[in-house]
Design a protein around this ligand. Structure first.
Ligand SMILES: [Zn+2]
Length: 480
């Protein structure tokens, strides 16, 4: 019997606010342990939370970009559980009435649409540290800097059918959140985290199987590998006539396996009830419109526009967008400076990217050294056949190093292309005289030999000869 996996994801994204969600403490990562705390985020008796408006707006940005409906009224609730990194004994989250519902995300290239169940706001817990201390054998430590940092939780419908689609969803979502300035996309620092609900069922069956929740999937690769392992494990159980138990499992990257962590808790285990210290969150339409007006162009729209407006291939659009921050804008400014898009994209993905990688520079450095207009002037010299494409690459390198204009470098170094047949005459004779073999091969009908001779001409003129003219001259000289 064939089995089909059914996957849904829950993604926690830390919102890029300066301060925590219910107090004025800093959210900065990497500060000394327990240096960002106050009575509110440490849960001291009598301290009252005040909602951070910036956190709400970032949540709204994500919700609007993903096509969700923002609730006119959403309600914060207490999710009660005991853990040492949660001093209040409850986490403030949203339960029955979340910030937003619905929405969807299309996976690029596959046509798969993944529905979103909800997006809600909540606070993060502190962090338990079990390693790195002399007495780690006997003790754990707690750092409360993260306690009260604002999060959104994005929950998908169980619409994913393969580990690779799950990975594609997560990468696409990350790109969107980073583009929106909602999240920094940094999975190593834990500001973007993913859990997965996985079940398998006989192919063609519509009822869902029993699911396991897999936690600790903090890289794209781990997400894919953990899902592959978990789907295999559940399929083996069902094939053997056993049952899958509903539970929470932890991915262990070292062993490449998931292991049971605890039996899956149900919502009622958390005794959710409305947070009495916070009024319901009211969001009126004008506020939604205001936030919507500030949304940037999203990756899918941008990709489509680059293909439509500049005739890029999908792959080129993808590559330039995946390049360093600001590379797409740079490319578009080069085009705006009257460079044909085809030449502009070749330069951007070729010499420009290679140089940035070699120097490990950002696009800001590129803009200072070779502004879009300066690159446009260089490309124009090639288009007018003043210099060859090969020479242009060297000129670009010099422009990057010295910040001089292309014209200055070409004039000073005498790099202009040799377009004068008379000026090339002597070199043509020399090249032919010293490569008898190639000449006879060409005469014998091996046309490839001409390419070799052209190469020798370019070498002799340090790339300055006009290749088209060289071709003609060589052919004429041999045929004569
Ligand atoms: Zn605080």
């Amino acid at each position: 019997m064939e089995f089909e996996p059914v996957i849904g994801l829950e993604i926690h994204a830390q919102l890029l606010t300066r301060t925590k969600i219910f107090c004025g403490c800093s959210t900065r990562f990497g500060a000394p342990a327990n240096s960002h705390g106050c009575p509110v985020c440490l849960g001291l008796p009598g301290a009252l939370p005040v909602l951070n408006r910036a956190a709400v707006e970032l949540g709204m940005r994500a919700a609007l970009a993903l096509g969700c409906q923002i609730a006119a009224t959403s309600v914060f609730a207490r999710k009660n559980y005991f853990y040492p990194d949660l001093p209040k004994g409850y986490q403030i989250s949203q339960f029955e009435l979340p910030l937003a519902t619905g929405g969807h995300l299309a996976l690029p290239g596959s046509g798969v649409e993944v529905g979103l169940t909800r997006i809600h706001l909540e606070e993060d817990a502190g962090k338990s540290l079990h390693e790195g201390f002399a007495d780690s054998q006997r003790k754990s430590y707690v750092d409360f800097n993260r306690s009260g940092v604002p999060l959104i939780e994005i929950v998908t419908e169980p619409d994913l059918r393969s580990p690779s689609d799950a990975k594609s969803f997560f990468t696409t979502l990350r790109d969107i959140l980073v583009t929106l300035d909602v999240n920094d996309g940094n999975m190593e620092e834990g500001s973007l985290r993913c859990d997965a609900n996985v079940s398998v069922r006989p192919a063609g069956q519509s009822a869902l199987g029993v699911k396991a929740e897999v936690k600790n999937l903090n890289s794209f690769r781990f997400l894919e590998r953990a899902l592959e392992h978990e789907i295999g494990r559940q399929t083996d159980l069902l094939r053997a006539g056993d049952r899958v138990v509903q539970e929470t499992r932890l991915w262990d990257a070292a062993s490449g396996r998931t292991a049971a962590m605890r039996s899956k808790e149900e919502a009622h285990d958390y005794r959710y009830f409305p947070e009495p210290d916070l009024p319901p969150l009211q969001i009126a339409p004008p506020w939604i419109d205001e936030v919507r007006a500030t949304l940037p162009e999203l990756p899918a729209e941008r990709r489509a526009r680059l293909v439509r407006d500049h005739g890029l291939t999908r792959d080129q659009a993808e590559q330039v967008m995946r390049g360093r921050a600001g590379l797409t804008e740079y490319f578009e400014e080069v085009v705006a400076a009257s460079v044909p898009a085809r030449a502009a994209i070749n330069w951007t993905l070729g010499e420009v990217t290679r140089t940035l990688n070699e120097a490990d520079d950002q696009v800001d450095a590129l803009r200072q050294r070779v502004p879009p207009a300066a690159l446009a002037a260089l490309v124009a010299l090639v288009e007018q056949s003043t210099i060859s494409g090969t020479v242009a690459k060297d000129v670009f390198e010099q422009m990057y190093a010295s910040r001089e204009s292309a014209a200055t470098i070409v004039d000073r170094d005498g790099l202009a292309q040799i377009d004068d047949a008379d000026a090339l005459e002597v070199t043509v004779r020399e090249v032919l005289a010293s490569h008898d073999d190639a000449v006879s091969q060409y005469r014998a009908g091996k046309h490839g030999a001409l390419g070799f001779l052209v190469g020798q001409m370019m070498k002799a003129t340090r790339g300055k000869a006009n290749p088209k003219l060289v071709n003609e001259l060589l052919r004429k000289a041999i045929d004569d």
